[in-house]
Design a protein around this ligand. Structure first.
Ligand code: C2E
Ligand code: MG
Ligand code: MG
Length: 429
């Protein structure tokens, strides 16, 4: 009996034992008119430990982790192993929900201090999703599901810590599932298209570039916005075929414009999932070769995190891309953790100042100071500086004065179909 109901690695009750125990706990809580809580614990990126040190070490870490948690559990709480690096704690009766929160905090602190002989700092990070009986659900199955949903909400934001389930989380996971289903067909049904937003030269106000932005239309209606569907595309890997399609489409468009006598570079947003894929460079080469586009008319927009995250590997890749003649821009600059002093290590041509700075540049003196300083330093490092999200003439005047080289925003034109941008470009000079 011990074997079928207990996990052999940790000796903890397993999944089937958990269900029985949970049902009992809920029955008791019901009788006593008390609350119960379910804490769903996950070790963040545990796979990395297995990958780096092998499964034997992974197993030792799990055992040490369990021992560490058990030290801080109240006597009536039940810890069980749900799967790989996922554990469940049932807190059978609470007087207030605060008890679940404080236990979660204790478990976070304890779990993160797990040590194993012979290994340097493990630095485990945990996520804990919490559901509460009877507030969230009356039965074991739904309570488990809700706690998992709360955990997924933590993961999807790439954070650690604990979260209580809320009904809106469920709506959000359902919405994401719908997007995923639709997105799987969007490319083959030709529902995706690229819009282009002009970038203008701060001095002459002429159009000197365009950013390609994905749009998803069905029967003339926008189905979802990029901020809604791109995260789903990234989570599901769909961003790989979609991203390659975007590159191909943008290069084709830039080549067309080039043939019409408009030499304007087109900027393409690259997702970290694409950039970190071993084949990214190959795809890029292939698309460039197929399109026949002059590589200097393509610019890739990356984020600070992408450039910083893999240190040497990223800077090597960037250098290869740059050597091919493709231009590189740092998008949403100022929102990540890139220090300006780092910039000189990377072959970046352009900084795009995030629109949260542009938004406040007129109303907020500190923002104005910071923005001016970023522009001045970037210029001294010989980078072009583009301001995003310019909406008012006052913002444009300030940014010109501060030394921005290019401006982009609704003031000069929202993202539009290629044909419309062509009209703005007018006759070739
Ligand atoms: P981003 O690269 O920072 O793109 C700029 C966003 O700001 C665009 O939103 C654009 O429509 C919006 N914008 C432009 N001017 C203004 C303005 O004056 N005011 C305001 N409030 N907003 C302005 P959009 O098209 O919804 O795209 C959102 C994000 O989705 C993009 O941010 C980019 O990160 C991502 N994205 C869009 N297309 C692609 C794509 O093809 N591939 C990838 N990986 N990401 C994409
Ligand atoms: Mg961009
Ligand atoms: Mg941006």
């Amino acid at each position: 009996i011990h074997l079928t109901q207990h996990d052999t690695l940790t000796g903890l009750p397993n999944r089937s034992q958990l269900h029985e125990h949970l049902a009992q706990a809920l029955a008791i809580a019901h009788r006593r008119q008390q609350r119960a809580a379910l804490l769903y614990i996950d070790i963040h990126q545990f796979k990395r430990i297995n990958d780096q040190h092998g499964h034997a070490v992974g197993d030792r870490v799990l055992r040490a982790f369990v021992a560490q948690l058990q030290r801080s559990l109240p006597g009536d709480a039940l810890l069980s192993r749900h799967a790989g690096d996922e554990f469940v704690v049932v807190l059978p009766h609470m007087d207030s929900v605060g008890e679940a929160a404080s236990l979660a905090q204790v478990l976070l602190n304890q779990g993160e201090q797990t040590r194993v002989d012979g290994l340097a700092e493990l630095g485990l990070h945990l996520g804990i999703g919490i559901s509460v009986y009877p507030d969230d659900a009356p039965d074991p199955e739904s309570l488990l599901q809700h706690a998992e949903t709360a955990l997924a909400a933590i993961r999807s934001q790439g954070t650690q810590g604990y979260r209580f389930f809320t009904p809106s989380m469920n709506a959000r996971t359902q919405a994401r599932r719908n997007i995923e289903t639709d997105l799987r067909q969007a490319l083959s049904r030709r529902q995706l298209s690229l819009y282009y937003q002009p970038k203008i030269d701060a001095g002459s106000s002429r159009i000197v570039g365009a950013e390609a932005l994905l749009r998803w239309h069905v029967k003339g209606q926008e189905l979802y916005k990029p901020d809604q569907f791109i995260p789903v595309a990234e989570d599901t890997g769909l961003i790989l075929p979609i991203g390659t399609w975007v590159l191909r489409q943008a290069c084709r468009q830039a080549r067309l414009w080039q043939q019409q006598g408009h030499r304007i570079p087109v900027s393409v947003n690259v997702s970290p999932v694409q950039f970190e894929h071993a084949d990214f460079h190959g795809w890029l080469e292939e698309v460039l070769d197929d399109s026949g586009l002059d590589a200097s008319l393509l610019e890739l927009e990356l984020t600070e995190r992408m450039v910083m995250s893999r240190g040497d590997a990223s800077s090597k890749l960037l250098r290869r891309i740059r050597q091919r003649g493709v231009r590189l821009a740092l998008d949403d600059f100022g929102t990540g953790y890139c220090s300006l002093s780092y910039l000189k290590h990377f072959p970046i041509d352009t900084l795009k100042i995030d629109r949260i700075f542009v938004r406040d540049v007129i109303g907020d003196a500190d923002t104005a100071t910071i923005t001016t300083a970023i522009i001045a330093m970037a210029r001294r490092l010989d980078k072009l500086v583009v301001a995003e999200g310019v909406e008012t003439p006052e913002q444009a005047a300030f940014l010109r004065q501060a030394g921005c080289t290019e401006l982009q925003g609704f003031l000069f034109g929202a993202p539009m179909p290629a044909a419309e941008l062509e009209r703005l470009l007018g006759e070739p000079a």
